[in-house]
Design a protein around this ligand. Structure first.
Ligand SMILES: [Zn+2]
Length: 152
């Protein structure tokens, strides 16, 4: 049997078939979030493997919104062909192409590698800032008893 590899990045194994931009793609676990999952080729992952001991959320990191442009510009600044960048960070050129085209969001791992390679910033800390000052005055008016008690 021929082993299929991910249509996006070339990795194996194939974990799902997704729908992306009108095309059905066979993709690996990493890329399956890039589109609409049509079919998963695995059932119930063994989720109950050791619950990661240090999962105390290290301030959520997110890939910045304009990543595609940042990557492209960073790359052009360094005059690096996509193929070279791809090789340096050990990713498929087609995968990076999709990222630069804004069709795919790079994973944290890839974003970090690109940051290093291109000297750009692609990750931002998404800190949930809780607005400390919320006006709390006059939010509640108590009904006054006097209004309700009439004299017979
Ligand atoms: Zn993939």
């Amino acid at each position: 049997m021929v082993e299929l590899s991910c249509d996006i990045c070339g990795n194996t194994p194939i974990r799902a078939q997704i729908f992306l931009e009108g095309a059905k793609l066979l993709v690996c676990g990493r890329c399956m979030k890039s589109g609409k999952i049509i079919h998963k080729f695995y059932e119930d992952e063994p989720v109950e493997e050791a619950p990661q001991p240090r999962s105390r959320a290290t301030a959520t990191e997110e890939v910045v919104e304009g990543f595609a442009k940042i990557i492209k510009e960073g790359r052009q600044k360094l005059k690096l062909p996509l193929a070279v960048v791809a090789e340096r960070i050990s990713e498929k050129e087609s995968y990076l192409q999709a990222i630069e085209g804004g069709r795919l969001t790079p994973t944290m791992e890839v974003a970090k590698k690109l940051e290093k390679e291109l000297g750009v910033q692609l990750i931002e800390k998404a800190e949930k800032s809780i607005a400390p000052s919320r006006m709390s005055s006059g939010r509640f008016t108590e009904p006054t008893l006097g209004d309700m008690v009439g004299d017979d």
